[in-house]
Design a protein around this ligand. Structure first.
Ligand SMILES: [Cu+2]
Length: 123
């Protein structure tokens, strides 16, 4: 048990506490993830559970998204940090999805990601 190792652990733990405190303030409530700030449709380009080349600790989804009302006027391919890898469940590249974004202090966070229903679309 070297003192320097202990000190480092305390610094890391403190940093994590600060991050979660900030996240809680921004979210402002327990149901925060259920109400996205923005919604859109996209095709999944890639799913990156952590750690990945795109982020060391958080899940990242690359989406080829349609214009997002109130946020982005253009269709584009870009990465988003996802709130949880649970959102990746059952999805694969090429899938058309509906997604929801939450604007947080450190990320435009994907809080909702589900297959877009092709059923019910009439020709
Ligand atoms: Cu975009």
């Amino acid at each position: 048990m070297s003192p320097s190792l202990t000190e480092r652990s305390i610094v890391v733990a403190t940093a994590l506490l600060l991050v979660s405190a900030v996240a809680r303030d921004v979210h402002g409530g327990s149901d925060s993830t259920s109400r996205p700030d923005y919604q859109g449709t996209a095709v999944v380009v890639a799913l990156h559970p952590p750690p990945s080349s795109l982020h060391p600790a958080r899940p990242v989804v690359v989406l080829d998204h349609e214009p997002i009302a109130g946020l982005m006027d253009e269709k584009m391919t870009m990465p988003f940090i996802a709130a949880s890898t649970d959102l990746f469940q059952g999805l694969k590249p090429g899938d058309r999805v509906e997604f929801g974004l939450k604007s947080t202090a450190d990320a435009l966070l994907v809080v909702l990601l589900r297959p877009a229903s092709p059923v019910g679309r009439r020709r």
